[in-house]
Design a protein around this ligand. Structure first.
Ligand SMILES: NC(=O)c1ccc[n+]([C@@H]2O[C@H](COP(=O)([O-])OP(=O)(O)OC[C@H]3O[C@@H](n4cnc5c(N)ncnc54)[C@H](OP(=O)(O)O)[C@@H]3O)[C@@H](O)[C@H]2O)c1
Length: 330
C-alpha cells in the first residue's frame, strides 16, 4: 500500500528515498574507505532490490580529499546494474554554492564533475543551501545556471534545499517565469524538526504551488530510530547531541515502539511514515543492509490518520529540538 513511485514531471520518485551523506564522511559518520566501500555497494544493491530507487547525494559529501565520494560510490553502484534497472534509478544531487562559485556559470564545472562521478546526467539538481544570509545577490545567477543545466540536457529537473517559505515562494515564481518549474525543496523534517509544517511554513507553500517536499534527517540523525540509549550512543558530535536529547525522548520512543509493533516495524519505520503521512518524501540515511529491510517493509504500510494525530500530539513539545542548518533562509 502506498509504495508506488510518484511522478515529478519526467522523474519517477520512490516514496521513501535513500540518504547518502554518510557515504564518504569521516567527520560525523566515521567512514573508512577500505572497510565501508564494499558494504555500501552491497547496501546500494539491496536498496535497488527493495524498490528504494531514489537516492539523495551532494557534491560536498565526502570529507576533505574524499569530497564527491558519495556520488562516486553511487556511480560505481549504477555502473554495475543492468541497463533496465539503471534507468529506474533517480539520483538527486546538491551543488554547494561556495563563495568561489560565482555567477550564471559558477556551477558549470561542478555540475560536469557530478555527472562524471555519477556516470550520467543528473536527474534532480538542487541548490544545497540558500545564499540569502551572506550573499543574496548570488542566488539568482546561480539558479539561472541550474536552469541552464536543464535546458542543455545536463539535468532533468531543479530543486532547492534549506530555504524558508518566503524565499521559496519567490524563487518558485522566478523559475516558473523562466519556464523550468521548481520540482522540490529539501528541508529538515522529522518529529523533532517540525518547523516546515507550521502555519505559513514550507509545507504549506509546497502544497499550494505543487512543489514536493523532501524530508531530510527524518530519523533526527538516528535519535528516532529507537536503537540508541544514553549508555549506547554513537561517538563524536552525535553522541553529545544524543546524551542531551535522549532523556527527553523516552515517552515518544515508547509510543513509537508500540505503534511499530502493530505494523511489524521499528520506530525508524514509524518515523519515516510519519513524514509520509504529512505528504513528504523522507530520505533516511542508510548504510547498513538491515536498515534497508526496515525501509522496504515501511514502504508497504501507512500510518492511520489517528496514529498520525497521536504522534503530532505526543511530539508537540519536542517539535523544534533539532539544531537547524545555519544557512536556512526565511
Ligand atoms: N540538504 C541538506 O542540507 C541535508 C542535511 C542533512 C541530511 N541531508 C540528506 O538527508 C539524508 C538523511 O539524513 P541524515 O543522514 O542526516 O539522518 P537520518 O536519516 O535522520 O538518520 C540516519 C541515521 O539513522 C540510522 N538508521 C537509519 N535507518 C535505521 C533503521 N532502520 N534502524 C535504526 N537506525 C537507522 C543510521 O544509523 P547508523 O549510525 O547505524 O548508520 C543513521 O545513523 C542524508 O543522508 C542526506 O542525503 C541533507
Amino acid at each position: 500500500m502506498g509504495g508506488e513511485d510518484q511522478r515529478w514531471g519526467t522523474l519517477a520518485v520512490a516514496p521513501i528515498g535513500v540518504g547518502t551523506w554518510s557515504w564518504g564522511n569521516r567527520l560525523l559518520w566515521n567512514y573508512v574507505p577500505q572497510r565501508d566501500d564494499p558494504l555500501l555497494l552491497h547496501t546500494f544493491q539491496a536498496c535497488i532490490k527493495a524498490g528504494l530507487t531514489f537516492f539523495d547525494t551532494a557534491d560536498s559529501y565526502g570529507t576533505g580529499k574524499l569530497q564527491g565520494r558519495s556520488e562516486s560510490l553511487l556511480g560505481q553502484g549504477l555502473s554495475r546494474l543492468p541497463p533496465g534497472q539503471r534507468q529506474r534509478v533517480t539520483v538527486a544531487t546538491k551543488l554547494a554554492p561556495y563563495p568561489w562559485r560565482l555567477g550564471r556559470h559558477g556551477f558549470c564545472k561542478a555540475a560536469a564533475a557530478s555527472r562524471q562521478r555519477l556516470g550520467r546526467p543528473i536527474d534532480l539538481v538542487q541548490l544545497h543551501w540558500s545564499t540569502a544570509r551572506y550573499a543574496p545577490w548570488q542566488e539568482t545567477p546561480l539558479l539561472q545556471g541550474l536552469v541552464d543545466q536543464v535546458r542543455l540536457g545536463g539535468a532533468k529537473a531543479v530543486g532547492l534545499s534549506n530555504l524558508g517559505p518566503r524565499r521559496l515562494r519567490r524563487v518558485a515564481g522566478w523559475m516558473a517565469d523562466a519556464g523550468v518549474p521548481l520540482r522540490s525543496v529539501q528541508v529538515q523534517f522529522s518529529l523533532l524538526s517540525q518547523q516546515p509544517r507550521q502555519p505559513g511554513g514550507v509545507l504549506e507553500v509546497c502544497q499550494e504551488l505543487g512543489i514536493r517536499l523532501i524530508a531530510y534527517s527524518p530519523l533526527a540523525l538516528g535519535l528516532l530510530a529507537g536503537q540508541y540509549t544514553v549508555k549506547h550512543s554513537p561517538s563524536g558530535f552525535r553522541g553529545l547531541l544524543f546524551a542531551r536529547l535522549l532523556p527527553r525522548l523516552e515517552p515518544l520512543l515508547t509510543l513509537m515502539g508500540e505503534m511499530a509493533a502493530d505494523h511489524g516495524s521499528t520506530p525508524a519505520g514509524v518515523a519515516v511514515n510519519w513524514c509520509r503521512a504529512h505528504g513528504t518524501v523522507p530520505i533516511p540515511g542508510l548504510r547498513h543492509q538491515r536498515h534497508v529491510h526496515v525501509m522496504e517493509q515501511a514502504l508497504g504500510w501507512m500510518l492511520s490518520a489517528h496514529e498520525r494525530q497521536t504522534l503530532d500530539q505526543a511530539s508537540r513539545n519536542l517539535a523544534t529540538l533539532m539544531p537547524q542548518n545555519p544557512f536556512q533562509s526565511a
